[in-house]
Design a protein around this ligand. Structure first.
Ligand code: ADQ
Length: 470
């Protein structure tokens, strides 16, 4: 590819994207507007520019909306019933696959009803894509909710070039083989020309699973299956750096960031956590480490304050209800012990914030705590570095986030080691300005090497090559 950051793919074929959700949401007046979210930021502008189609669910149960067009992008809704949302989405996707793919941090629920709903919805996606894709189209399918689509689609339309990107980790074979329908998933993915992962371990785990479960042979990163060559590749996702920097540089953001600092009582160090409220993100662990440091006098409630923003997510799933209750109990307990009137030590928001507000918070944050037990990539870590156009700020980052492969200038930590986590937080809070600036410069250099549009262009270029177009 000539220009690795060029937003347009270097291929001249119709493009079809499939993801669980469509990239648009219904507005109050019944129109559609682009929804927030990384994937939409990466792919929607490209489709708008060159035309293309997106297949996905509208987000409303039993929504039989007809196909429609927004800003030149064709949108094909896939109807999903209320029962299927419970079984396919909350059940199989988020209560079986999600925990299993994240180190089995919680027990998975395996049920044949859930698997059947997952199959039915994946088959519906495959059928719709097969019906609407012009001859020889390039189809790019996203994430763990749709792993059977490539195989089902390949059977219907052998002419298509099919790629899949997994946004979450692909687990080691020792864990993956717990899944009662493990062969089916691998067969599904092997319908692709290219399967993309966030980290090299994801690709290796997938190849090992294909060898072990289906006796598939491989030649380096190419798996040979039923006479076809399936490429496994590594494509660490990124963020729209220009957008974050532009918002961060705005006057409104600077003013908002100083207002945040003033409202927090002008502390010496603002520590920040921003996550979906997911048990994989290690929010509780981080709060406990903070509390222990206050207890031991290594941090001081008059000088150190924490802000934790937790986005509501998957609230119908039991493990998420439990996690929320535990986080909120911890926040209450820690504030009860260490706060003074008008000055809580932890400011907790269970809210989804507008992107501008989030970036103002990043700018205000002196220390960003990203401590997942396991995470495919973690875009918050990259957004924090992009927002720090002032060249200051420290990122504490779990080794178990995909971002740790690239962001080696963070204070890297094993979140399972509570003493190490406490030490990392103190190190970040006390770090000398000179070291802080050096590390932030390293982080910012690193993220500038690859942005979101470049990520999409690289995947599509590799897919074109795997599909024999180049
Ligand atoms: P997530 O698990 O959702 O994504 P992450 O990569 O951190 O995790 O992305 C979260 C996004 O949501 C960020 O862009 C962030 O700005 C936004 N966000 C978080 N809290 C918010 C809040 N309170 N208000 C508004 N926005 C908020 C999955 C995988 C990750 C992988 C991504 C992309 O689990 O590992 O990095 O997909 O591939």
């Amino acid at each position: 590819m000539d220009d690795p950051l060029s937003p347009g793919p270097p291929i001249d074929r119709p493009i079809v994207i499939a993801a669980n959700r469509l990239p648009v949401m219904r507005t109050n007046n019944g129109n559609w507007s682009p929804s927030p979210g990384g994937l939409v930021r990466a792919l929607y502008p490209m489709l708008r520019e060159r035309g293309g189609t997106w297949v996905g669910w509208t987000g409303d149960p039993d929504d039989n909306a007809d196909p429609f067009t927004v800003e030149g992008v064709n949108l094909h809704p896939v109807a999903i019933s209320a029962d299927e949302i419970e079984l396919y989405y909350e059940g199989f996707s988020n209560d079986a696959l999600w925990p299993l793919y994240h180190d089995a941090l919680r027990e998975s629920t395996y049920s044949i009803e859930q698997r059947d709903a997952y199959y039915a919805v994946n088959e519906r996606f495959a059928r719709i894509i097969a019906e609407i894709s012009p001859e020889g189209s390039v189809v790019w399918i996203h994430d763990y909710q749709l792993q059977l689509v490539p195989g089902l689609l390949r059977a219907l339309r052998p002419d298509l070039i099919i790629g899949f990107f997994l946004h979450i980790p692909f687990p080691p074979v020792e864990l993956f083989t717990r899944l009662p329908w493990r062969e089916e998933i691998i067969r599904g993915l092997l319908g692709c020309d290219l399967v993309g992962f966030q980290r090299p371990t994801g690709a290796t785990n997938f190849i090992t699973a294909a060898q072990q479960l289906l006796d598939a042979e491989n030649n380096g990163d190419v798996v040979l299956h039923e006479g076809r060559r399936v490429h496994a590749g590594v494509f660490p996702i990124s963020i729209d750096i220009a957008e974050v920097e532009e918002i961060a540089a705005g006057r409104a953001t600077r003013q908002r960031a100083s207002r945040i600092r003033a409202r927090l009582g002008d502390p010496e160090v603002i520590m920040l956590g921003v996550d979906r409220l997911d048990y994989t993100k290690g929010i509780g662990l981080r709060l406990e480490a903070f509390a222990q440091l206050l207890e031991d006098g290594r941090l001081d409630p008059a000088r150190h304050v924490m802000v934790q923003v937790a986005t509501p997510t998957r609230e119908a799933v039991e493990h998420y209800k439990d996690e929320r209750a535990e986080i909120e109990r911890l926040v209450g307990e820690i504030n009860g012990r260490f706060s003074s009137i008008g000055l809580p030590v932890i400011h907790y928001l269970y809210q989804t914030l507008p992107y501008d507000d989030l970036i103002a918070l990043y700018r205000a944050g002196d220390v960003m705590l990203v401590t997942p037990f396991r995470d495919g990539m973690n875009l918050v870590a990259k957004e924090y570095a992009a927002a720090h156009i002032d060249g200051d700020g420290v990122l504490v980052l779990s080794e178990f986030a995909g971002a740790a492969d690239e962001l080696t200038d963070a204070v890297l930590v094993n979140p399972h080691d509570d003493r190490a986590l406490q030490d990392a937080i103190v190190k970040a809070a006390e770090m000398h300005r000179h070291e802080r600036r050096g590390r932030m410069a390293g982080l910012r250099d690193q993220i500038h090497k690859s942005d979101l549009q470049g990520w999409a262009a690289r995947f599509l270029a590799a897919l074109a090559e795997a599909g024999g177009l180049r």
